[in-house]
Design a protein around this ligand. Structure first.
Ligand code: ATP
Ligand code: MG
Length: 298
C-alpha cells in the first residue's frame, strides 16, 4: 500500500478512540472488547498490518531524528495487566533505539518527594528529534494518589495547600504543562489501555498458572483490584479534564492485545505524520563540500 494511503487509513482507524474534548466523555462509551469490525480470524491479517505500520513508523522516526526540531511524548496509563509493556515493546520494535527513550515511573523515592510531583518527569522529557515513552507518569498523581489518599498525606505538601480542590488544581496544572510542551515542539499523546475487570482476572490467573509468567504476578496488584470502581471513576475524571486538542487521550480497548497494538501504532503514525516531517535540505555550501569529498574519495 502507498504510504499516503496507510497514513490516511491510520488516521481513520484511531478516530473512534481519540478524545480531544473530555466534556461529554464517559468510560462506558468505549467497550474494552471492541475490535471494530475485525474478528479473531482477521488476526493474521491484523498482524501483517501492524508489521507494515511498524515499518512506516520507523521511517517517520528517522525523519523526526534527522530534522531535530519536534519531539514526541507518548504516555501510557492502565490498570495492571492491561498490556502496557507489550504494547510499548511491539509498537516500538522497528524503531532505532537511539531515537527512543523509555522511562517507567514507580512509587516516588524520597528525593522525588522533596520536590514538586512534576520534577521527576520533567527530567525525563524527550530531547528534540526523539520519541519519549512514559510507562506511567504524572497522571498517577490523579489516580493511585486519589484512590489512596494516605499517599497524598505523605507528599510533604504544606497543609494549607491540600484542600478539596486539589484534584481540579492538578488537572489544571497538567493541562497547562501539556500546553506549554506543545508550544515548545513536544507533541503529547496519551494512551489509556482500557481492560475489563474480567479480562484482568484471566490474565492474573494466567500469571499464577504459567511458570514463565510467575515473576510478573504480585499479590499487591490483585489487592488493588478491590479498588476497581474507584480507579475507573478516577480514570474517567482524569480523561474528562485533561483531553485536549493539542494533547488528546486515546482510550484503547485492551481485552484483545493484537487490537490494542494496532490502535497504538496507528495513533503514533497519525501523530508523526501530522508533523509533515522531511529530511533537512542541505545548502549550496554543503553541496560543494559533498562534491569535493567525492572527488577526493575517487
Ligand atoms: P509491572 O507491569 O511490571 O507491574 P508497573 O508499572 O505496574 O509494571 P510496578 O513495579 O508494579 O510497575 O510499580 C508501579 C507502582 O508504582 C504502581 O502501583 C503505581 O501506582 C505506583 N506509582 C507510580 N507513580 C506513583 C506516584 N506518583 N505515587 C505513588 N505511587 C505511584
Ligand atoms: Mg505492577
Amino acid at each position: 500500500m502507498k504510504k499516503k494511503e496507510s497514513i490516511k487509513r491510520a488516521k481513520k482507524f484511531v478516530k473512534p478512540f481519540r478524545i480531544t474534548d473530555g466534556k461529554d466523555f464517559r468510560l462506558k462509551h468505549i467497550d474494552p472488547t471492541d475490535t471494530l469490525n475485525l474478528k479473531s480470524e482477521d488476526k493474521p491479517r491484523a498482524k501483517e498490518t501492524l508489521q507494515d505500520g511498524i515499518e512506516l513508523l520507523a521511517e517517520l522516526q528517522d525523519k523526526l531524528y534527522a530534522q531535530d526540531r519536534w519531539s514526541v511524548l507518548l504516555i501510557f496509563q492502565a490498570m495492571d495487566a492491561a498490556g502496557k509493556d507489550g504494547a510499548i515493546k511491539h509498537v516500538m520494535s522497528g524503531i532505532n533505539p537511539q531515537g527512543c527513550q523509555v522511562f517507567s515511573f514507580k512509587a516516588p523515592t524520597s528525593e522525588d518527594l522533596d520536590h514538586d510531583y512534576m520534577w521527576r518527569c520533567m527530567k525525563r522529557l524527550p530531547e528534540r528529534g526523539r520519541i519519549g515513552i512514559f510507562n506511567r507518569s504524572y497522571y498517577e498523581e490523579t489516580l493511585v494518589v486519589r484512590v489512596h489518599e494516605e499517599i497524598l498525606a505523605k507528599q510533604k505538601l504544606p497543609e494549607k495547600l491540600v484542600t478539596k480542590n486539589i484534584w481540579d488544581e492538578r488537572f489544571q496544572d497538567i493541562r497547562n504543562f501539556e500546553k506549554y510542551l506543545s508550544r515548545n515542539g513536544t507533541v503529547v499523546r496519551k494512551f489509556f489501555l482500557h481492560v475489563s475487570k474480567e479480562e484482568q482476572k484471566k490474565r492474573f490467573l494466567e500469571r499464577i498458572d504459567n511458570p514463565e509468567k510467575n515473576w510478573k504476578f504480585s499479590s499487591a496488584d490483585a489487592k488493588e483490584r478491590g479498588h476497581w470502581d474507584e480507579y475507573m471513576k478516577a480514570y474517567e475524571d482524569m480523561i474528562r479534564n485533561t483531553a485536549t486538542k493539542h494533547s488528546p487521550w486515546y482510550v484503547v480497548p485492551a481485552d484483545n492485545k493484537w487490537f490494542t497494538r494496532l490502535v497504538v501504532a496507528a495513533a503514533v503514525i497519525d501523530a508523526l505524520a501530522s508533523l509533515e516531517l522531511e529530511y533537512p535540505e542541505v545548502g549550496e555550501e554543503k553541496l560543494i563540500e559533498l562534491a569535493e569529498a567525492k572527488k577526493l574519495l575517487q
